[in-house]
Design a protein around this ligand. Sequence first.
Ligand code: AHR
Length: 648
Amino acid sequence: MIALAALGIPNARSQKQLTVKVNQTKADIQPTMWGVFFEDINLGADGGIYAEMVKNRSFEFFRPLMGWDVKRKTEGDVLVVNRKEVNTANPRYLRVTANNAAKGDVVLVNEGFRGMGIKKDLRYDFSIMYHQQQPAVRLTVELIDANGKSIGGTTITPQESGDAWHKAIASFNATATELKGKLKITIEGNGVIDLDMISLFPGDTWKNRPGGMRADMVQLLADMKPGFIRFPGGCIVEGFDLSQRYQWKKTLGPIEERQLLINRWNFEFAHRPTPDYFQTFGLGFFEYFQLAEDIGAEPLPILNCGMACQFNSAEVATLDELDPYVQDALDLIEFANGDASTKWGKVRADMGHSTPFNLKMMGVGNENWGPQYVERLKIFTKAIKSKYPDFKLVNSSGTDPNGERFDYLNNELRKMNADIIDEHYYRKPEWFFENARRYDNYPRNGSKIFGGEYAAQSDKTVSVDNKNCWLTALSEAAFMTGLERNADVVNMASYAPLFAHADGWQWTPDLIWVNNLKSYGTPDYYVQQLFSLNKGNKVVPITLNNDVVAGQDSLFAAAAIDTKTNELIIKLVNASNRSQETSLSLDGVKKLASQGTLTVLQNDDLMAVNSFTEPTKVSPKQSTVKLSGKKINLSAAPYSFSVLRVKI
Ligand code: AHR
């Protein structure tokens, strides 16, 4: 077995004597310890958590009719019009001339994001912006199944006329469930109408917010109770070049005024081209903050530091042109925290959130590196800290957890006394097993660590063959025991990437997979969830022969106390193919409850994966265990991750 070459074969017969020093706090575990990393990659936002079902709703894609199938009666019946002189954010719209058009003469069909997921009996909310000199046409709006059969719809006769744009809305219920549905709009009548922002949302969005997010996907995040949510990335922060960088100010306000941007994952991988991948920003910074609040996570926005992706153009803003970038960072703090008397606090309040979002930290740069990064970072740090001295900054240590780039940055950032250093590890499972001791000898004072992006790669980074299998998850669990043990150094960690659409991904592995109807958590998801739900707030030592448990006999362990519930929480990974008996002596415990809760994630097959048909094949099973005295006998099944909670 690949990973196990790195591990010892356990002596199956002997019982392992583990000692837990329950009354010896080694470190505080931060509430932010386990979080989530969100990036609009793999159709994570558009086509994913942002529930808009119409692709290219405002005809702003590079090819204006991409995603649309247009049937005309005569040439010129349907034109793409560009008003870029008067509307730079949303220049294009559709001009439809209905020339005594009968049903079927002029038809627009939108294919959605790899189809539209339609649920029987669910309400669908259609909206459209229009402009006409006089009412003259009727629109029939229908959902159709993969065979073109109507499965619900309604009609709209736009009534307003004149020079202004108006919005028409209509809701209807679907009559069937369909994974690959489409939206069909038939235009009948005699006259001219301009159309824009053609939109369809399901009625079951998260918190039933109009124009909101997919509830099943948000629920999977909420179920993790993440300590923070990092957004909006990832490389999309940097952009292919600076013109394509993420600019949060352009993601606020009415959605028809949010200027679309190509998604850098559209063309990043020649082997996974996604030419229809754009960012419409219906999920913008306001919505990210709102999402963080909804799921009880600290918001962690990452901002561009004046450098585009160094794998791509490596374009930089000169130091004397950095001001707007720095100002974006300062303004973001005001947007999140300022009251309505401030310029940006008022923007937030006008969007419907008068109370502050209480932003405490931000990342400057994503995965940037080199002296160019350091010199820009210093300028940001000085400006932000002089205005907001207590505000925490996350700094990049580059692309890899070791090597020249890492060593240079690690050194420079520590000299700068960086608040939080963001380390990334996309490595094979062996690396995760072998690096469970990574932080045992890190400096205890000074900069804290954010394991900002990590995922075990069953094949290799950016390989399409990577799988979210039990092996990858188990290796991450082993590694994470080392993060928890070193919670005085490691204050935050998040798996990456978060979401992937089964028909539209660019990067694998990913924590959660979705199609247009369903979503499921991978084995890696359940590992993240178990750590997060069983975080505790104080690390206590757990040892085997006076050493931390970090791979001896393929065992890995961490122990924590939850002082709010008065529970001891033991996490134990058995990465061997044999069951292992352990006996835990609890030093300093006054009283132990007569039973505890044991949650086990286990599979005999390291290659086991979850899927749409078997979404919980590898998922936690909970049981009650009887305890007596002050010793705990815990049997760790082959290839298992166990979490024991017991009142003390
Ligand atoms: O998570 C996928 C990508 O990996 C992120 O966008 C980037 O930060 C890293 O290289």
